[in-house]
Design a protein around this ligand. Structure first.
Ligand SMILES: CC(C)(COP(=O)([O-])OP(=O)([O-])OC[C@H]1O[C@@H](n2cnc3c(N)ncnc32)[C@H](O)[C@@H]1OP(=O)([O-])[O-])[C@@H](O)C(=O)NCCC(=O)NCCSC(=O)C[C@@](C)(O)CC(=O)[O-]
Length: 530
């Protein structure tokens, strides 16, 4: 299986089947079914395919599917009607499918009426879950993120016992506490006492939060071997959480990181509000990419992307899909770029980026020029994007209109996890990224799954779903570690965590806090055993 990272197309050969496959009843069954649907002419969401002597499938992200065979190899832009020559029959036939959900329809349809499609069904999991990691590193944040929001002070001994229980379940990274101002977070005023006891536990990493040099020095004095700095992609949240602008926070963290490097201390970097902010609403991916890049360039060994208020949803939206289509059209038609968009040089630059590369470069362009581009927002107001959903019209529109449309599409992707990840991945290697989802809207597991599909294999979570940020109004707890482990094990992904022991830890802290566990897995399994 090969992957073309530059364009974010995924291409893989249909390697189970050789050319004989196309003569088989399976293929004929599918193709007959497909022909029952009207051929598509426009926007078949993400279906794009390459055909050679054997069959290749090429698709955007997790969507597909179209297939066929031909003697020639050609990449078709999304949504074009495609004719191909069947190697035996020689008839030209239209073979694209027509809608975003075509894949599901196709399979179900085939199941009810075609023989021999079992093979097709057995291949399903591989198609859907083809790129998941084998191992996921869980970063347990319960003792810090989970407890920091608790109103009544949890005794230090309880915090220490909780950490021991979490470690006993197999968790090897446990964020233990914060060396922040006790005036700001009174619950964690005992950071030194907690760390001094647990730091002797072998083979476990205990990162602690440090908001400034003062916190860093206190943490090192207490025996910290790993610290975490926490910036925000939202200016408003930065002010309410750490009382400074994003720029000021990055300057502070530069000092912390410089000092940490001297001490040989590992640094984790957080970016908060990566999809939404309680004050500013949707956060543009370019802002997240900018902060993540800064932290990474400074020397953070891992960047954790936090959906602080849990508003993110996994998917891209229809407008964003259209954005992808626009790019395809540009590539396919090699449209000339009349940079007659006189509004600003930045827009011209942006259009050139659009012409030359993929969404990655656009994200980069947005990151560097984002401020100016956003100023150009008014330009897009006069356009109604729905007018442009027809690809034929798109192809004939003056370049600047398409550019405008694209701006609109980009602006509309805010609040979506995939778009955010894609922007960040332009700057930070995937193995240096972690995700940190609060579960306010019940989207955390879905967001984790798409993050895994994007190649990320470090996931933050909190035992019993404890947590919430004292400075993020309305935010509830992190996704429960028990639920994450249950899902990962269900997917066949290793975590080295024993779910029963983890639930013990969850029960322990829930009892101490006097409320039921926030983990659905724990609740369900307890019901079974009582
Ligand atoms: C950054 C500050 C300190 C600025 O706070 P400030 O008031 O602007 O700073 P200051 O320098 O004026 O200090 C105020 C007082 O705190 C003291 N102080 C100053 N620094 C420290 C320190 N390190 N340790 C102990 N004490 C400290 C300092 O000495 C002074 O004491 P006073 O002179 O008034 O007696 C403050 O805003 C703060 O501590 N904020 C932390 C807030 C916090 O912990 N939020 C939750 C964590 S972030 C989060 O949850 C998000 C995350 C990471 O989980 C990811 C996600 O979900 O998105």
């Amino acid at each position: 299986m090969t992957r073309t990272p530059a364009s974010k197309f995924y291409c893989f050969k249909w390697y189970e089947y050789d050319a004989n496959f196309f003569d088989s009843s399976i293929f004929r069954g599918i193709s007959n079914r497909v022909h029952c649907h009207p051929p598509i002419t426009l926007f078949s969401d993400t279906s794009v395919f390459i055909l050679k002597k054997s069959c290749y499938i090429l698709y955007f992200q997790s969507n597909f599917i179209a297939r066929g065979c031909s003697e020639t190899c050609k990449i078709w832009p999304c949504g074009l009607t495609c004719s191909y020559k069947h190697r035996n029959g020689g008839n030209n036939q239209t073979f694209f499918h027509s809608s975003a959900h075509s894949w599901h329809l196709q399979c179900r349809y085939a199941d009810s009426s075609c023989n021999g499609l079992d093979v097709e069904f057995r291949a399903l999991p591989r198609k859907v879950l083809w790129d998941l990691p084998r191992f996921v590193q869980i970063v347990e944040v319960g003792p810090r993120d989970g407890l920091q929001n608790e109103k009544s002070i949890v005794p230090t001994s309880v915090k220490i016992e909780l950490i021991h229980k979490l470690v006993a379940s197999g968790l090897s990274v446990v964020e233990a506490t914060s060396f922040v101002s006790p005036k700001w977070v009174p619950q964690l005023a005992d950071a030194k006492d907690v760390l001094e006891v647990i730091r002797h536990v072998p083979d476990v990493r205990f990162p602690v939060l440090t908001p400034n040099l003062r916190g860093f020095e206190a943490a090192v004095a207490a025996g910290a071997k790993e610290v975490a700095v926490f910036a925000s992609a939202s200016e408003s949240f930065s002010k309410s959480n750490i009382n400074c602008t994003i720029k000021e926070s990055l300057a502070r963290y530069r000092d912390v990181i410089t000092s940490a490097k001297k001490h040989g201390i590992r640094i984790r970097g957080y970016v908060s509000c990566v999809v939404g902010c309680p004050v500013e609403g949707a956060i543009h991916p370019s802002k997240v990419a900018y902060v993540a890049k800064e932290l990474y360039d400074m020397g953070c060994s891992e960047i954790s992307l936090g959906d602080t208020i849990g508003v993110g949803t996994p998917g891209t939206d229809f407008v964003a899909l259209c954005f992808q289509h626009v790019i395809s059209w540009y590539h396919y038609l090699s449209l000339p770029f009349k940079t007659n968009f006189e509004a600003s040089d930045d827009v011209s630059l942006f259009l050139r980026a659009l012409q030359s590369k993929s969404i990655n470069m656009l994200a980069q362009c947005m990151c560097e020029k984002g401020e100016h581009l956003l100023i150009s927002d008014h330009i897009i107001c006069s356009f109604n994007c729905w007018t442009f959903f027809n690809a034929t019209i798109l192809a004939t529109l003056p370049t600047y209109v398409i550019g405008t449309f694209t701006l609109l599409a980009i602006l509309s992707v805010s609040g979506k996890v995939l778009a955010m990840l894609e922007a960040v991945l332009s700057f930070v290697p995937v193995d240096k990224l972690a995700v940190h989802f609060h579960d306010t809207y019940g989207q955390a597991l879905a967001n984790i799954l798409v993050s895994l599909q994007m190649g990320i294999n470090i996931v933050d979570s909190s035992v019993s779903g404890l947590g919430g940020c004292p400075y993020a109004k309305g935010a509830t707890g992190n996704v429960a570690t028990e639920d994450v482990v249950y899902m990962l094990h269900g997917l066949g992904i290793e975590t080295n965590v024993n779910l029963n022991k983890l639930m013990d830890a969850g029960d322990y802290i829930s009892n101490r806090l006097g409320r039921p566990s926030g983990s659905k897995t724990t609740t369900a399994l307890h019901k079974l055993t009582t």
